[in-house]
Design a protein around this ligand. Sequence first.
Ligand SMILES: Nc1ncnc2c1ncn2[C@@H]1O[C@H](COP(=O)(O)OP(=O)(O)OP(=O)(O)O)[C@@H](O)[C@H]1O
Length: 600
Amino acid sequence: MEHAFKVDLRGIIDLLSNHLYSDPSVFVRELLQNGVDAITARRARFGDFQPVIEARLFREEGQLPLLEFRDNGVGLTEAEVHEFLATIGRSSKRIDEARDTFLGQFGIGLLSCFMVSGEIELLTRSATGSSAVRWLAQADGTYTLEALADTTLDVGTTVRLRAREDTDFYFEYGELRRALENYGRILPYPIHVTDGEEYAHVNAVMPPWLAYAAGDASKRDEVLAYAREELGVEALDAVALRSEEGGLLGVALVLPHATQRSSRQWHSVYLKRMLLGHDLSNLLPDWAFFVRCLLNVDHLHPTASRESFYEDGALKAAREALNNGLRGYIGELAERDPQRLEALISLHHLPLKALATEEDDFFRLLAPEFALETSTGRMKLGEYARRSPTLRMVTNLDQFRQIAQVASAYGHSVVNAVYTYDVPLLRAYARLFGRELEEVDAQTYALSLEDVATGGLGGVLERANVALSGLGCEVGVKRFAPAELPALLIVTNERRLLSDIEASKEVSDGLFSEFLDDYASEYEDVRASRLHLNLNHPLVQDLLHVEQEAVFSRLVQMLYVQAHLLGHHPLRAEELALLAEGLTDMMRWGLRATHLGTLN
Ligand SMILES: Nc1ncnc2c1ncn2[C@@H]1O[C@H](COP(=O)(O)OP(=O)(O)OP(=O)(O)O)[C@@H](O)[C@H]1O
């Protein structure tokens, strides 16, 4: 035996309200959409007429507010009401040629009215001339349908909804007007709203960006003013975007402040002039996070929630077109107004770096303008490459701090490539412009310091090592530039990690401290850090002649602490204690020297 499915309407309403639609105010969108589609259908079948959509609110004493939403579109015959309105999932708009003409297609939109109202009343007269009908549907899935004797009812449809206690909010004039403006601001048919006292024509003035996008360049200032006044964006530029694919028209407003990839922009995306949503992540290229877009597409397909687009060939083509539009803007700026491009790069370097790493042509165009931090100051990549035939980079901030002083003594400038995109940018530069790229670290420079024969040092090394025993540091004596630098501390990354663990242990107790001990034991064989004393420095030369062990030891320890400070190495408790003791001794000796004219 064959049986028919039964539908539990309450279940479906629950599905729509809790899982498909993000907000009950979408009922306004669905009503608008049906009104617009009905007018489009009437025009197509019965010729031109003066279209109108009207929302009227009634508040009567002791009653919950009532909304009447009227359009003078094609209307429905009794048979069509049974077929399309009362059959869930059935739509008059799902024929192939209608897909591109109408906003609706799924045959579920009207049900969203049950999110705000217990019943839906619909009065309609078809443009075919048949008699008017009244349909009254309940959320439990039952409905009544009666033919109306009233012959004065105009062609079109009126939907009547009474608020529930908990949905009163959506039936307030201000809220309804905001929702109509939000969804219908650029719809092509006039939309009116009134509550008897207040009245508005919500789409009386078309925003200027559509005309600008369509090619009317004279609207640029109006678009910038619109962005400022309506969106609160002091845009630096307005880029017109259009493409046949997807029937896309839009404008990208260049933001006046730097942005991160993670900062999501509040775009406005319209489908056939009806607001679809604010997210453009599946249309805009990844790197375009420096613009805020206003966009209308005519030929893309919405998902059932109408909050994003369905992934298909048309969406892919539209994505491509947007990508090309924004790239075209940057390329054209380079030719038309290089200074403006320079300003754009310095403000929006992150998105433009992302673009440059994607494509060689853009790399050549943009890369020389990107700012870098180098051991000889901030400069643009182009300038850095002019000054430094071999490109040198460090990828670790600690390393950069350690070698910044020494590298310049060798006439080297080293890039601090710890920021996003720096490494791929330098690699791409080396590849495209045939340069050598060296990754350097503190050890590389320490190895190239000039060795000193230990024979002539008279046991200084041994004594210095005793002075620093227990600190995990070995002492060496070398000659290097700059001569003003008395000592250089080289700390390996593992050693740095170990110091960090020790520092954490100082402030933790119990279990965590034990865990840190375990963790640290894995690094037991780590090489000690190295303190290179610079024999070019007069203080180090004097050190060779200090005989009193206490003084010698303090001097070495203070050189060790000073090297920490100069190299921006964090001080552990041991180093802080040495610093305190050393300073006390120095002061004591200073005072004694003042009084006695001698040190000791
Ligand atoms: N104002 C109206 N005028 C004329 N016909 C209407 C009106 N509102 C609804 N209909 C008819 O009822 C059908 C179902 O409407 P509903 O809003 O549920 O779905 P839809 O608009 O077809 O698709 P979607 O779910 O994508 O919105 C429509 O296809 C249309 O035939």
